[in-house]
Ligand binder design. Sequence first.
Ligand SMILES: NC(=O)c1ccc[n+]([C@@H]2O[C@H](COP(=O)([O-])OP(=O)(O)OC[C@H]3O[C@@H](n4cnc5c(N)ncnc54)[C@H](O)[C@@H]3O)[C@@H](O)[C@H]2O)c1
Ligand SMILES: [Zn+2]
Ligand SMILES: [Zn+2]
Length: 372
Amino acid sequence: MHTKGALLWEPGTNSGWTISDIEIDPPKRAEVLIKLTASGLCHSDAHLDTGDIPLPYKPVLGGHEGAGVIQEVGPEVHDLKVGDHVVTTFLPSCGVCRWCSSGMGNLCDVGAGVLSGFAPDGTNRIHSGGQPVGAMSFLGTFSPYVVAPVSGVIKIDKDIPLEKAALVGCGVPTGWGSAVNSAETGVGDTVVVVGTGGVGINAVQGARHAGARTIVAIDPVAFKRDMAEQLGATHAVEDFDKGIALVRDLTNGVMADRVILTTGVAYGDLIAPCLELTRKAGTLVVTAAAPAMQTQVNMNLLDLTMSGKRIQGALYGSCNARVEVPKLLDLYRSGALKLDELVTRTYTLEEINQGYTDMSEGRNLRGVIVYE
Ligand SMILES: NC(=O)c1ccc[n+]([C@@H]2O[C@H](COP(=O)([O-])OP(=O)(O)OC[C@H]3O[C@@H](n4cnc5c(N)ncnc54)[C@H](O)[C@@H]3O)[C@@H](O)[C@H]2O)c1
Ligand SMILES: [Zn+2]
Ligand SMILES: [Zn+2]
């Protein structure tokens, strides 16, 4: 089919997104065509533009946080049908690899190929001017239509507004799961969330639901701190110095049980202050994505040994999306999980660069593209 999409023709050069004419092939085996209602503007797509996450191909159709209605199903699709409402997951889970079979669908071997640019079968679905176009996360939700593998599509109930459900494709489970699963937040814990944007705000929500007594948000942007306090943070400060002093005071010097790093970019020099915030035998969860070429991390290695602290990486909040996505939407329906408050502003596809500027300048908790 003929449609349009927001492409990076020169990824890694900060050139921004260009709305381009694209052709999308019909769904092949185990794939569906989705007419999207909305797509979230996650920071991970911005990493493709800045080059923090380098790509081995160009151009690329961005976007991975989508929700919409199935329009067509390919051969051998048994459990999805035309008209179903669905959320796309930025990491598919095949259900049969070693990682999926042991409850770690976020580490699926098929999902490991999401930056390859190809569909899981190694071919392209998208073309522009006769040239193959790579798709972010096997998807490319910066287009009103997406052909997706069924392993990356989750059926949801029809009463959930699709514009809000889109956020449950990435930002919400990533942040929520970082607090609940990866950090294993417990009742009474002190939790610090460093960077309360689209992902971190959901770590705040997750920590609150897991029973944390004290939740400290650290973010330089006043609007983000206000939102963090609205959605569950007990305290909010603008930088590490204030955060460390506050947590020391609140815990009589013990420091935080869990610290979750969800800044826009994970730099190596953020690890030392995060570990300073972490108590003995506490856990630092690293969810933010670092520049791929960065190999240097500042930290006191002797202190790590002597204090028995843990540094835990977290992909997709250590979630099994097929379990967590419907659960999170149930919590939304009951009012326990806030989604409406996360969408600061909606944009047309043509306004995508404005959406990313608003994100980088701190005006958005989450910007969302809404299609007609
Ligand atoms: N691990 C995963 O599975 C996964 C999934 C999705 C996104 N991510 C990554 O998570 C990160 C956050 O994504 P997002 O969409 O929430 O981005 P965002 O831009 O919406 O939020 C980042 C927040 O960090 C704040 N910040 C920046 N520097 C800071 C600092 N030094 N101290 C404290 N706060 C600071 C910003 O003000 C902003 O509020 C990105 O790196 C993204 O790529 C990871
Ligand atoms: Zn994302
Ligand atoms: Zn798998």
